[in-house]
Design a protein around this ligand. Structure first.
Ligand SMILES: [Zn+2]
Length: 550
């Protein structure tokens, strides 16, 4: 077996026993030795590879909460407020008011007409969020200006809401008589085109044939996702909700079965609003675990309690939303959640639960506490995902129960001002994604992007947790800021813990997978405000080198 030794300008290992090094030896896709050139002699002959001699190596970044759709969204028009870069590097400019959104859609409709496309072919777009427009909500009155004949579906950035126009309401059969929670209405009771959460969005999804946002991943999307990961230094990523149907499995196994697929994928089984009951679902996931490979790992389960804070569909404790909006939606009723959770837990699986508002986090902690009394299981590693409003007392309860937290640090930048002004108000915005409180309570911590909700970029996510600044220049809860090293831990070993892979990835040390993020600068040599701007050269996955455009 040949051994390759990589020389680097600096290696930041995240292993406290050997925090820094200049050389790392790799054999059989694993790390054999870490240290200086002299130490590399211990294992005999090697090939010295100096291509990283002026680069900085870190453990490959681990994105514990994102979605493969990050790579598959770009066949649909992007309607977000922020500029955004696609996998090819093209920047889509942000749309800064409602009229700009309508105008973009009108142009798309005109182009589809010019191309002679079916006048009933829907426009499906994504990335929209009206919260940036000062409280004005979008209705059919806006969208009908773009087209009063062609169905239009606009997925919000948060993935929990959509807006549709009048032709789409008709096609989906949603009327004043429709009795589904989450169908928003004008004062006269007519639906206004805004739909909250899966039950209300389902008639639209069904009518457009599962196209667009909720369509299964395809091969091109898998490649787009891997390309984004290479650009951002990510070597392990979740797909934190996947139906794991036969078609989904074929796509995953086709991509991950290729030696040149550059990222390790952990899809999480969708255990809510699904086609399976909990018992059947648990059996399905357990059976799939026999098919695990290095690049494709089954075993995660995703459950969901509430909605989105900026979509006003999250469940908040007293005093609720500062703008007076009614409390949000239980995507899964807490009693149902507890019953289903117990089935997956007893099957030995690891459950990741979406809880955005603090009432939802508390409901999850209450339920999991009862389940653990009935069915104790050491080292279960259940994780609360997002947990954006969790306070210190809830973190202490989580620590006592052995729960991990994967906090949505990117919100500090993308919605921090809106949370302060419009959703939770200034007091609770100080503890938005309270990373330091989680660590102080002893809760294992990861941070995430929820891409495509926000862009996949762990160094940016770390920057959010370190600086906690908003676009309007505020610092939210200075006491909750992480150090750079704590933030780097959260995007490597911390996230690896939440995926039960901390024995295998997350640090550069003997025995682990040779997964590296190859950077142009050292994170401790730049100012904390510049963390997000460090250029990423590419990645190494299980010993295979992936240049960014390779
Ligand atoms: Zn998500």
């Amino acid at each position: 077996m040949r051994t390759t030794v990589y020389a680097a300008r600096r290696i930041l290992t995240l292993n406290p026993m050997q925090p820094e090094a200049t050389h790392v030896a790799v054999r059989d896709g694993r790390i054999l030795a870490v240290g200086d050139l002299a130490r590399m002699q211990a294992w005999g002959d090697f090939d010295l590879d100096e291509r990283f001699a002026d680069k900085v190596l870190l453990p490959g970044f681990v994105e514990g909460h994102c979605h493969l759709k990050e790579g598959g969204m770009w066949t649909m028009p992007y309607l977000g407020w922020f500029d955004r870069r696609d996998p090819q590097g093209q920047v889509w400019p942000g749309l800064r008011d409602m009229q700009a959104v309508v105008e973009r859609l009108r142009q798309i409709d005109a182009q589809m007409q010019a191309e002679g496309q079916d006048p009933q072919a829907p426009i499906i777009a994504w990335g929209f969020d009206p919260i940036y427009f000062g409280g004005e909500r979008m209705t059919v009155r806006h969208l009908d200006q773009a087209s009063a004949t062609r169905p239009i579906v606009i997925a919000h950035a948060n993935g929990h809401l959509m807006n549709v126009n009048t032709p789409m309401l008709a096609k989906a059969g949603i009327t004043a008589e429709t009795e589904i929670e989450g169908v928003m209405r004008f004062e006269n009771g007519e639906p206004n085109g805004e739909l909250h959460e899966p039950a209300a969005m389902f008639p639209v999804v069904r009518a457009v044939g599962n196209a667009g946002l909720l369509a299964p991943m395809d091969d091109a999307g898998m490649d787009g996702f891997a390309a984004i990961c290479r650009l951002q230094g990510v070597t392990t990523a979740t797909d934190l909700v996947n139906q794991l149907s036969e078609a989904d499995l074929a796509t995953l196994e086709r991509a991950c079965g290729r030696d040149d697929y550059s990222v390790r994928i952990l899809p999480a089984f969708k255990a809510f609003h699904g086609t399976h009951g909990a018992r059947e679902g648990a059996e399905h996931v357990r059976a799939l675990m026999a098919r695990n490979t290095d690049r494709l790992r089954f075993g995660l389960v995703k459950m969901m309690l509430d909605g989105s804070i900026q979509g006003f569909s999250a469940r908040l404790r007293w005093p609720g939303y500062v703008n007076g909006a009614p409390n949000g939606i239980w995507v899964t009723a807490p009693a149902q959640y507890e019953t289903d959770f117990e089935v997956y837990h007893r099957a030995g699986l690891q459950v990741h639960t979406h809880t955005n508002g603090d009432e939802a986090s508390e409901a999850a902690i209450d339920a999991i506490g009862r389940v653990l009394c009935r069915a104790p299981r050491p080292d279960h590693r259940h994780v609360l995902q997002h947990g954006q409003m969790i306070d210190a007392p809830l973190f202490r309860r989580m620590a006592a129960l052995g729960l991990g937290a994967n906090l949505f640090a990117n919100h500090l930048w993308y919605w921090g001002d809106q949370h302060l002004e419009m959703t939770m108000g200034p007091d609770r915005a100080e503890r938005l994604d309270a990373c330091a409180s989680a660590l102080a309570a002893g809760v294992p911590l990861a941070i995430h992007s929820d891409a495509p909700v926000t862009p996949l970029a762990p160094l940016f996510t770390a920057w959010c947790a370190v600086n906690r600044v908003t676009p309007k220049g505020r610092v939210l809860g200075a006491a909750e800021r992480l150090t750079v090293m704590q933030a780097l831990h959260a995007i490597t070993l911390g996230a690896a813990w939440t995926l039960r892979l901390d024995h295998e990835i997350g640090s550069i040390e003997c025995g682990k997978r040779a997964d590296f993020a190859v950077l142009e600068q050292h994170p401790l040599e730049v100012a904390p405000e510049a963390l997000k701007d460090i250029p990423v050269w590419g990645t190494v996955l299980s010993g295979r080198v992936f240049p960014p455009r390779g």
